[in-house]
Write a new protein. Structure first.
Length: 275
């Protein structure tokens, strides 16, 4: 089944949970697509998981376009959503539209995601009016890590919870087709999900959201620098990889790899003539 922003909305109406994961390369995107994932996000989390930065702030438009194009070539059915990196949409509406356009034109994304509520509604409206679907992102918005004073659960006070509900309504009004809720108390995320008509995609926001998203290295146990509380490890691929690398090193040093099975043959007569 081909996934589109329309099928996402239909899934919310039917109560069919939307599944999303992040990916940053062709092979991983292809594996997820074959497994039947609804959407793939090229998250600016690539700054941490792929590029080794401490946060997402250094990620550039060029980084995002490069990785989006890799994923788009591997994803045949999943909806491909690309993150707009820090400072690619905050400065002006015009820059936001131009950069969103680059992610579609050069990266072949089918939608873009940007962080923030009321403060970025002008951008959401203008990008949507340029026929580019926008996924909003509320709660813990990692590009604001310095303004938040760290990676913390959001919306815990009455005032903060009301602001989050208001922001969710505002991004819907501005034209967003869905919204990520990150690190939001489960009961509050459920209220937001029931309040707005666009799908909510949760990460650390409980089971009451219309869908879920995880960073793939987190759910596969491949990224050990920091593991948030909301992560479930569905496999320990990191351990499998480390063991395979160690086996390769051992067998190469011992001379037990490669064997004849991994080698190419040549006529013995030719070899004799070379001696
Ligand atoms: O950058 C990212 O991977 C994200 C998800 C965690 C939602 O924004």
């Amino acid at each position: 089944m081909t996934n589109t922003i329309t099928t996402f909305k239909e899934q919310k109406l039917k109560g069919d949970k939307i599944t999303m994961l992040t990916a940053y390369d062709y092979s991983t995107a292809k594996l997820m697509d074959n497994a039947g994932i609804n959407g793939i996000l090229i998250g600016d989390s690539l700054g941490m998981t792929m590029l080794g930065y401490e946060d997402t702030l250094s990620v550039t438009m060029e980084d995002m376009i490069h990785h989006t194009a890799c994923v788009a070539r591997g994803a045949k059915n999943a909806l491909v959503v690309a993150d707009m990196p820090f400072m690619s949409y905050q400065v002006s509406v015009e820059e936001a539209v131009r950069n969103a356009g680059r992610l579609m034109k050069e990266g072949r994304a089918q939608a873009v995601k940007l962080e923030g509520g009321a403060s970025v509604c002008k951008q959401i409206k203008a990008i949507t009016e340029a026929s580019i679907p926008v996924m909003a992102h509320l709660g813990l918005t990692p590009q604001s890590v310095n303004a938040f004073g760290g990676f913390k659960v959001q919306g815990k006070s009455l005032e903060a919870a009301r602001t989050l509900i208001e922001d969710a309504k505002r991004v819907e009004e501005a034209g967003a087709f869905s919204v990520v809720l990150e690190c939001v108390p489960a009961a509050l995320a459920k209220i937001i999900t029931e309040t707005i008509s666009i799908p909510t995609i949760g990460i650390g926001a409980g089971a009451g959201c219309d869908g879920q998203i995880l960073v793939y290295q987190d759910m596969l146990g491949m990224y050990s620098d920091f593991t948030p509380k909301f992560v479930k490890k569905f496999a320990n691929v990191g351990q499998v990889m480390t063991q395979a690398f160690a086996d390769y090193i051992k067998e190469t040093k011992e001379g037990t790899f490669p064997t004849v099975e991994q080698s190419f043959k040549i006529d013995e007569e030719i070899i004799e003539k070379l001696k």
